[in-house]
Design a protein around this ligand. Structure first.
Ligand code: ZN
Ligand code: ZN
Ligand code: ZN
Length: 254
């Protein structure tokens, strides 16, 4: 009786919406054999999962409905956007003006699957002050600045171009010429005030706050997990998070 109720509970707890699997035989003779359901799920799911690792055709083209780029040797796919469109460089940058901290992979045909990439490699620039488009008052002296921006899905190496309007006639009241103020108005907390090179999104600060409260994870351990999220194969590629940035995380819940 006791062993039967354990088998029923185990069956009822399965979260998969498939036909009811047969009860698992726990006799000594069958303990080493894998449950039949595991093989069933593997046969059903793996082909779908594998098919997502490469484009549907070798003749890759941009799949944005508004693009007429019929052939693109390199296409990009965003792991954070809903859907699985392959996009050319131009459409990728266009689509991510309001989503600059998404994780990207690229397909060049030289590997068997999509390779890790990022928006920076596609030529994306994070423009501040105009909803993701270039400031109309930028001039030949306006330059983009390299910056590490840390979000909940890892560290993003980006080029940031600040708004120039504060130096013009029709300046936006909420945007000043100070870089730290522009970053704060875009929900990015700069690690340093002068010439900021590292920033945390407000989202990652809130996320760390909750993780720290619930599981006492230290700022150092949390940053290590973000570095592994950025590049799990070679985390050394990810630039080290500076000490000042760790201090921000330490005090973010104060
Ligand atoms: Zn995306
Ligand atoms: Zn395109
Ligand atoms: Zn501007």
């Amino acid at each position: 009786m006791g062993s039967n109720s354990i088998i029923q509970d185990d069956t009822r707890a399965r979260p998969f919406d498939i036909e009811q699997p047969p009860p698992i035989d726990t006799t000594q003779a069958n303990l080493s054999s894998k449950p039949k359901t595991t093989n069933l799920l593997r046969e059903r799911y793996l082909p779908y999962l594998y098919s997502r690792e490469s484009p549907k055709t070798l003749q890759t083209a941009c799949e944005s409905p508004t693009c007429d780029n019929t052939f693109s040797p390199t296409v990009f796919r965003c792991d954070d956007c809903f859907g699985d469109e392959n996009l050319c460089r131009s459409c990728l940058c266009q689509h991510h003006r309001r989503h600059p901290f998404h994780r990207i992979r690229s397909w060049t045909g030289s590997a068997l699957n999509y390779e890790p990439s990022n928006l920076n490699c596609a030529g994306f620039i994070l423009y501040l002050g105009h909803n993701g488009v270039k400031c109309p008052r930028s001039n030949s002296d306006t330059k983009s600045h390299p910056m590490h921006i840390i979000d909940v899905n890892g560290v993003h190496n980006m080029q940031v171009e600040y708004c120039n309007c504060a130096q013009g006639v029709n300046s936006t009241p909420s945007v000043t010429e100070d870089k730290w103020a522009q970053l704060l108005s875009h929900q990015i907390f700069p690690a340093t005030e002068l010439r900021p090179q590292t920033g945390f999104t407000f989202r990652v600060l809130k996320h760390f706050h909750q993780i720290n409260l619930s599981s006492k994870t230290s700022a150092w351990d949390y940053c290590q997990s973000l570095i592994f999220l950025t590049d799990p194969i070679d985390p050394e590629n990810t630039k080290c998070v500076p000490v000042s940035a760790l201090e921000i995380l330490h005090h973010s819940h104060c």
